[in-house]
Design a protein around this ligand. Structure first.
Ligand code: IMP
Ligand code: MG
Length: 334
C-alpha cells in the first residue's frame, strides 16, 4: 500500500506529526521524503522535539527505511547529520536528488525580490532548482560522501509497496509554484501530483492520499492570508507559532473552508487529517477517542467532513504521535 501525505494550506499543518503517527501505527517498510531543506518538519516524540529538513518523519519507527526522492534537493551536510542522528544504516538518497551548494544560498540571499517581496527562507532551493532546469546542478550521484547512501528510490517503492510505503510531501498546496498564490510561493509543485512526480510513482499506484489541515491556518513569509488576525489576537487564542527553519513568527487566521475545498479539488484526497484540534477546543487536548471530544469539537469536525465530502480519519489532539484519534477503521473499514 502506498500513501501520500500532502499539506492542504500553506505548510506547517503538522504533516510531520501525522507521518510519525502512521509510522508507529502502521510500521511502513519505506518512507520517502520529497521537497527540500527549506521545509522543516517538526516531530515531538517522547518529550523531545526534532526538526527534520531532509529525512522523512517516519524516523520514529526504527524498522522503516528512510529515503529521499529523486525530485528532492538536499544539502549534503544536513543529509549526513540527519542520517547520523536517525540511523545511517537505513538512510537512502536517490542517485538523482539535486544538491544545493553554498553559492545557491548566497544567490538567494542577495536577491531582493526573493528575500523582501516573496519572503523566501533563503535556503538556496530556488536557485538550485534554476540550475537543475538549466541542467547544470550536481546530483547526489556526483558527491563522494553520499556514495554509501545512494539508491534507486522509485525502484525501492515498487519493491516495498506491499509492506507499506509512505511518501511525505513538503510545504503546502497554496505554496505550490503552479497552484499557489504566485509569486508568493515556493519553487516546486507541492500538491499530491507534484509529490508523486518527485518520488517517481504514477497516480494509479497510490492507495491513499491523506490531505492534512491544521485547525487554524498559518503562513510564514509574504502573500495573501484570508482572514489574517492581528498578532495580539493570535497570542490571545494561543496560536503563536514560529517557522521551524527560519524562526520567523507565523501569521495566523481561522480555519478556512473555501481554501480547504480548493485543496480537496487540487489533491483528490481519500482521507482528511485535521491537526491541533486542542488549539481551538481546549478540552480536546490529548483525547484519543472521538467520543471523548467536547460536543462542539465533534460538530465542527462533522461539519468540515460534510462540506468537503471526504472522511476525516485522523485528528491530532496534541504534539506527540500517540495524541491522535484514528477513525480509519470506523470510516474506511478494515
Ligand atoms: P522559499 O521556497 O524558501 O524560496 O520560500 C518561498 C515562500 O515559501 C516563502 O513565503 C516561505 O516562507 C515559504 N516556505 C518555504 N518553505 C516553507 C515551509 O516549509 N513551510 C512554510 N512556508 C514555507
Ligand atoms: Mg514546517
Amino acid at each position: 500500500m502506498i500513501s501520500v501525505i500532502v499539506d492542504g494550506f500553506f505548510g506547517d499543518v503538522g504533516k510531520g506529526k501525522i507521518t510519525a503517527y502512521l509510522a508507529l501505527r502502521d510500521s511502513p517498510s519505506l518512507c520517502v521524503r520529497t521537497g527540500a531543506p527549506n521545509a522543516g518538519h517538526t516531530v515531538v516524540f517522547r518529550g523531545a522535539q526534532y526538526v527534520l529538513r531532509t529525512l522523512p518523519s517516519c524516523f520514529v519507527n526504527p524498522s522503516s527505511l528512510l529515503a529521499v526522492a529523486p525530485g528532492a534537493l538536499i544539502k549534503t551536510d544536513v543529509f549526513l547529520a540527519e542520517a547520523k542522528a536517525h540511523g545511517a544504516d537505513r538512510a537512502r538518497v536517490d542517485y538523482n536528488a539535486g544538491v544545493i551548494e553554498e553559492r545557491h544560498v548566497e544567490m538567494e540571499r542577495s536577491d531582493e525580490h526573493l528575500m523582501k517581496t516573496v519572503g523566501s527562507t533563503g535556503q538556496g532551493v530556488g536557485a538550485a532548482m534554476v540550475e537543475r532546469v538549466l541542467r547544470r546542478l550536481r546530483l547526489a550521484k556526483d558527491v563522494e560522501e553520499l556514495r554509501p547512501y545512494l539508491a534507486d528510490v522509485p525502484g525501492l517503492i515498487q519493491e516495498r509497496k506491499r509492506d507499506g510505503v509512505i511518501i511525505e510531501g513538503t510545504q503546502g498546496t497554496f505554496l505550490s509554484l503552479y497552484h499557489g498564490t504566485y509569486p508568493y510561493v515556493t519553487s516546486r509543485d507541492t500538491t499530491a501530483s507534484g509529490i508523486l512526480s518527485e518520488a517517481g510513482v504514477g497516480p494509479k499506484d497510490v492507495d491513499e492520499v491523506i490531505l492534512v489541515f491544521k485547525s487554524f491556518v498559518t503562513r510564514v513569509g509574504n502573500g495573501p492570508l484570508p482572514g489574517e488576525l492581528p498578532q495580539d489576537e493570535v497570542a490571545r487564542l494561543g496560536w503563536v507559532e514560529r517557522g521551524a527553519v527560519t524562526g520567523r513568527p507565523r501569521r495566523a487566521a481561522p480555519f478556512n473552508l473555501e481554501l480547504a475545498k480548493r485543496a480537496v479539488m487540487l489533491n483528490s484526497p481519500t482521507q482528511i487529517a485535521i491537526t491541533k484540534l486542542d488549539a481551538v477546543f481546549k478540552e480536546a487536548a490529548g483525547k484519543t477517542r472521538f467520543e471523548d471530544l467536547p460536543a462542539d469539537a465533534k460538530k465542527w469536525i462533522d461539519d468540515i467532513e460534510a462540506a468537503l465530502g471526504r472522511p476525516v480519519t485522523l485528528i491530532g489532539t496534541g504534539p506527540e504521535p500517540e495524541q491522535t484519534i484514528d477513525l480509519r477503521r470506523a470510516k474506511l473499514g478494515p
